[in-house]
Design a protein around this ligand. Structure first.
Ligand SMILES: *Cc1c(COP(=O)(O)O)cnc(C)c1O
Length: 401
């Protein structure tokens, strides 16, 4: 590493709050599926800002749309209408089959909104203020207090107790464990369609159907967190769309704006009409013209460039290549995932492998201690997959002997 880059890193550690153990690199620019650090070193990126830059870096059509919007107006207020927000909401309704959209600035805020929606919906029915939400062990929903309260990882929560009350935890894909937590106060069941941070666990078809049926029977809201697994990553626009069900409320963020901070929570007409009303919820930035111009362009480019087709085809190719690694290396236990949300599960911590990969110009990320997570841009090619697996194979060989 150059002294210049080392100096910047030292400065960062003097100024930024140390809430991340960062990799020792300063990225300066990106192009397509490649990143470049300050020293000009090129990296193949299979992280894409953690499932954010779905269309790749420095996408000209996307950049031009943002520049054009900057020259018109960046922000007004939610007390007024703006064209990008209207257009973005219409497009989101189309691709999700949801009926009502609220734009936020982040994934965690989308979860906060979904929680408030569920509580208000139940409150309007019976006037009680002690409703419960069932969330899943090993889930991840964000770092704000509400989102943390439904995050099924005690390690993230402990120092910040007390959480918001009346959250119960069950196990994803274990319907009996959900039933065991249901009471007459349950207002929502919340989970990721594919658990991301928790280890790339997709919900099973049976679990999905049973939860849907239970929610219908008891008028409980089914809330699906699609912040990581949504926006095309599994080969459907939203991961739940392959189960033939529809949630009552869902959240989106990460790839929704492809880099501009934006999230959304969405709901059916029925929930929209019987939950949050004027004065119940708000945000200064959420849904501002710049963020919504990004959302509009992202959805437009997904269609124009048939991104879903590439996820299905190249995602299957990626799965196949990862399966070959599972066969080859005894230290890899299994592969899990769907489309371009994949995890390789090792019998040991993967930190060393990731650092070695960085040295060799490949950017990877973990999910938990023992899992390498693959969340590349959705426009990667088979050649990119081959390039990635060649470097990864070399790194694993050095570690798993
Ligand atoms: C990243 C993530 C969040 C939190 O989103 P932020 O934008 O970081 O607040 C919530 N849920 C899931 C599934 C995520 O992957």
């Amino acid at each position: 590493m150059s002294t210049a880059m080392q100096n910047y890193i030292d400065e960062a550690e003097q100024a930024l709050l140390h809430t991340y153990n960062r990799y020792q690199v300063v990225f300066e620019k990106g192009d397509g599926v490649y990143l470049y650090d300050l020293d000009g070193k090129k990296y193949l990126d299979f992280v894409s800002g953690i499932a954010v830059f779905a269309l790749g870096y420095n996408n000209k059509e996307y950049n031009d749309a943002l520049k054009a919007q900057i020259d018109k107006i960046i922000h007004t207020s939610n007390y007024y209408y703006n064209l990008p927000a209207i257009e973005a909401a219409k497009k989101l309704k189309e691709i999700s089959g949801m009926d009502r959209v609220f734009f936020t600035n982040s994934g965690a805020e989308a979860i906060e909104g979904a929680i408030k929606t569920a509580r208000k919906y139940a409150y309007l029915k019976d006037g009680r203020t002690d409703h419960e939400i069932i969330a899943m062990n090993h889930s991840f929903h964000g770092r704000t207090m509400g989102a943390l309260s439904v995050t099924g990882n005690p390690h993230y929560r402990e120092a910040f107790e007390p959480m918001i009350g009346n959250i119960r935890f069950a196990d994803l894909n274990d319907f009996d464990s959900v039933m065991a937590q249901v009471t007459d106060k349950t207002c929502a069941i919340l989970f990721e369609t594919v658990q991301g941070e928790g280890g790339i666990y997709p919900a099973t078809e049976a679990f999905m159907q049973k939860v849907r049926k239970l929610c219908d029977e008891r008028d409980i809201l089914m809330i699906l967190d699609e912040i990581q697994c949504g926006m095309g990553r599994t080969g459907e626009m939203f991961a739940w769309q392959r189960y033939g069900i529809r949630p009552d409320v869902m959240t989106s963020a990460k790839a929704l704006g492809c880099g501009v901070p934006v999230g959304a929570f969405m709901m059916t007409e029925k929930v929209g009409a019987h939950s949050l009303a004027a004065g119940d919820h708000g945000t200064t930035y959420g849904g501002n013209p710049l963020a919504c111009a990004a959302v509009c362009k992202v959805i437009e480019l997904f269609e124009k460039h048939q991104v879903l087709d590439n996820v299905r085809e190249t995602g299957a190719y990626l799965s196949g290549k990862l399966d070959e690694l599972v066969q080859e290396f005894p230290c890899i236990e299994t592969r899990r995932g769907a489309g371009m949300l994949q995890g390789l599960v090792f019998d040991r911590p993967v930190g060393d492998i990731i650092v070695k990969a960085m040295d060799k110009g490949l950017v990877l990320i973990n999910a938990g201690t023992n899992i390498i997570r693959f969340v590349p841009s959705l426009v990667i090619t088979k050649e990119n997959v081959d390039e990635m697996t060649a470097v990864l194979r070399a790194c694993i060989s050095e570690v798993c002997v």
